[in-house]
Ligand binder design. Sequence first.
Ligand SMILES: C[S@@+](CC[C@H](N)C(=O)[O-])C[C@H]1O[C@@H](n2cnc3c(N)ncnc32)[C@H](O)[C@@H]1O
Length: 218
Amino acid sequence: MKETRYLIDVAIETYCEEHTTEESDVLKRLERETNITTLMPRMLSGKVQGKFLSILTSLFKPKNILELGTFTGYSTICLASELPNDGHLVTIDKNPEIEDIARKYFKESGLADKIDFYIGNALYIIPRLNRQFDLVFLDADKERLLDYYKMVIDKIPVGGIILVDNILWNGKVIDKKCDDKITKEIRMFNDFVQLDERVENVLLPFRDGLMMIKKIIE
Ligand SMILES: C[S@@+](CC[C@H](N)C(=O)[O-])C[C@H]1O[C@@H](n2cnc3c(N)ncnc32)[C@H](O)[C@@H]1O
């Protein structure tokens, strides 16, 4: 039987990694330290998704980015690395245990000045952010996905982008036997976005599923 990670054959995933530009030394060290010191290192985006995020940022050229779910800062660094000199990224994580490692690598990457890092529950911090964001990466708890979406959609301009990770939830979204809370929330979120006339969206079968949403009207 084929070995899979999320929905992807591990051999295919390895092939994709082998055909993706090498990560910086900082990101390699961050990944290594995350593997050694954290309980759930697989939460880290990794080389392929990280490069996808940085290339997307370089193409789309956002000036202000919001990320929910910093973890040890891998995706934060990928997103922030392509910001213009006057660009800014706000990232939020509720887990104080990852603060030191994330801050250490923000500094080592030379990007610390561009990153505002909040430790706390995103549900309470987002309403206090009185600014607009051109790009939002939703990668925190899946149980409140729709709440996050409703909070951030008014904080992005027409043309702004929202990316949402883990939207296939290891295939559970199409498994009728799965009716746990998170699977139901993700299905509800996907259906809501699909019917939302303010946006255009594409669900990419990438890793654990990545939904890309573009706001087209207020
Ligand atoms: C999948 S990890 C993020 C991975 C990271 N974006 C990366 O690519 O390396 C999800 C993170 O969301 C955080 N999180 C979960 N619920 C949250 C909440 N309500 N507010 C802020 N952060 C939350 C967790 O502590 C965890 O570190």
